[in-house]
Design a protein around this ligand. Structure first.
Ligand code: SF4
Length: 309
C-alpha cells in the first residue's frame, strides 16, 4: 500500500484490509472484486491484484523460510515483488543479507559516494546497489536496511540535509565536497497534463447509475464509474460540484452534475446498471467516482462483505 501512497493515507485502508482479510488464506480465497473493493480509493490497483495473486501462490507453495537457499528468488517470483520488496522482506523478516535500494537509500548513497549518476539510469542503480551491498551489516541486515531508509527519510532529506546531526557525516564525500544539495541527480519530471471531465450522478431513490469499464481497458479494467455527460441527453444548467484529482501526470478537473430525471440515452448504455448506494462499498469503484459521490454527500460505505473469510 505504501508504494506511491503516503503513510497517513494508507493507514485506514490497511486496517480495513486486515479486518476483511485477516489471514493469508482469507486473502487467497477472496473474490478479486472483494479485494479491489477494499482497495477502492487507494489507486494503483495493480498492487491489489498482485497482492491477491501472491497470496494465492503462497497459499499453494508455502511461505519462503530463512533456511531455503533460494528464499530471495522465491520472493522475487511473487507477482508484484521487485528487488526492493524482496530485499526488504528477506532482510527484515528472514534476516538474510540483501541490501534494499529505495529512493531514500539512493539519496544517501549518491551523497555519501558523491556519485553524480542520474538516478533512473540502469548503470547508476547497479552501482548504487553494489555499494549498498558492500556497506550492508551482514549480521543485522534488517536493522541496517531500516536504518538506511530512516536516515534518508529523517536526516539526509531532499532539500535541506541535516549534515550537522548526521551520524555518517565523517564518511560523506558529498558533504566534504560541498555538493550534497546537488545530489542525487534526477531527470526533469514530465509535464502535468490538464484533463477536463464532466461526470453525472444520475440518481433515483437510493440508487445511482454506474458504468462498468471493459475488461480490455488498460487502466482500471472492470471498475465501476459515473457516466460522462456526453453520454447523457439534454442536461442543462451548471455542475453542482467541482474538484481536481491527479493520476501520475494527468490532472483531472472534474465537474459533477447531479440529476434525478430519468435519462433514456444513459440508461441504454449496455455496460451500465443501477446500483443501490448501500452496495457501493462492496464494488470496485474508481477514486474519481468516490470523490464525486462524496462531494454530493453520497459517500460509499465501507465494504461489509469479506468474501472467503
Ligand atoms: S552528511 Fe549530509 S549529505 Fe552526507 S549522508 Fe549525512 S545528511 Fe546526507
Amino acid at each position: 500500500m505504501l508504494q506511491q501512497t503516503r503513510v497517513e493515507a494508507a493507514i485506514p485502508y490497511f486496517e480495513k484490509f486486515l479486518q476483511l482479510f485477516p489471514t493469508l488464506r482469507a486473502l487467497a480465497e477472496a473474490e478479486e472484486n472483494a479485494v479491489l473493493a477494499a482497495w477502492s480509493g487507494l489507486g494503483y490497483y495493480s498492487r491489489a491484484r498482485n497482492l491477491h495473486k501472491a497470496a494465492k501462490k503462497l497459499s499453494v507453495e508455502g511461505i519462503p523460510a530463512a533456511q531455503d537457499r533460494d528464499a530471495f528468488d522465491q520472493l522475487r517470483g511473487l507477482p508484484g515483488v521487485g528487488p526492493y520488496t524482496a530485499a526488504a522482506v528477506a532482510s527484515i523478516a528472514l534476516g538474510l543479507p540483501h541490501a534494499v535500494l529505495d529512493g531514500n537509500v539512493m539519496r544517501v548513497i549518491s551523497r555519501v559516494a558523491a556519485d553524480p549518476g542520474e538516478v533512473s539510469a540502469p548503470g547508476t542503480r547497479r552501482r548504487f546497489g553494489e555499494l549498498a551491498d558492500q556497506l550492508l551489516d551482514r549480521r543485522r541486515p534488517g536493522d541496517f536496511n531500516q536504518a538506511m531508509m530512516e536516515l534518508g527519510a529523517t536526516v539526509c532529506v531532499p532539500r535541506s540535509p541535516a549534515c550537522a546531526e548526521c551520524p555518517v557525516s565523517r564518511f560523506c564525500a558529498g558533504r566534504a565536497a560541498g555538493i550534497e544539495r546537488e545530489l542525487p541527480v534526477k531527470k526533469r519530471a514530465a509535464e502535468v497534463r490538464e484533463v477536463a471531465l464532466e461526470l453525472v450522478v444520475l440518481q433515483q431513490a437510493g440508487e445511482v447509475f454506474l458504468v462498468r469499464r471493459a475488461e480490455t481497458e488498460s487502466r482500471l479494467a472492470g471498475f465501476w464509474e459515473l457516466p460522462e455527460k456526453r453520454r447523457m441527453a439534454g442536461l442543462a444548467g451548471a455542475p453542482q460540484k467541482s474538484f481536481t484529482h491527479q493520476i501520475v501526470n494527468d490532472r483531472f478537473r472534474v465537474n459533477v452534475w447531479h440529476t434525478r430525471r430519468r435519462n433514456t440515452k444513459t440508461e441504454r448504455i449496455a455496460e451500465g446498471r443501477w446500483v443501490p448506494l448501500c452496495a457501493l462499498g462492496d464494488l470496485p469503484v474508481t477514486t474519481i467516482t468516490k470523490k464525486a459521490l462524496q462531494a454530493l454527500g453520497l459517500d460509499p460505505p465501507i465494504p461489509s462483505r469479506a468474501v472467503g473469510v
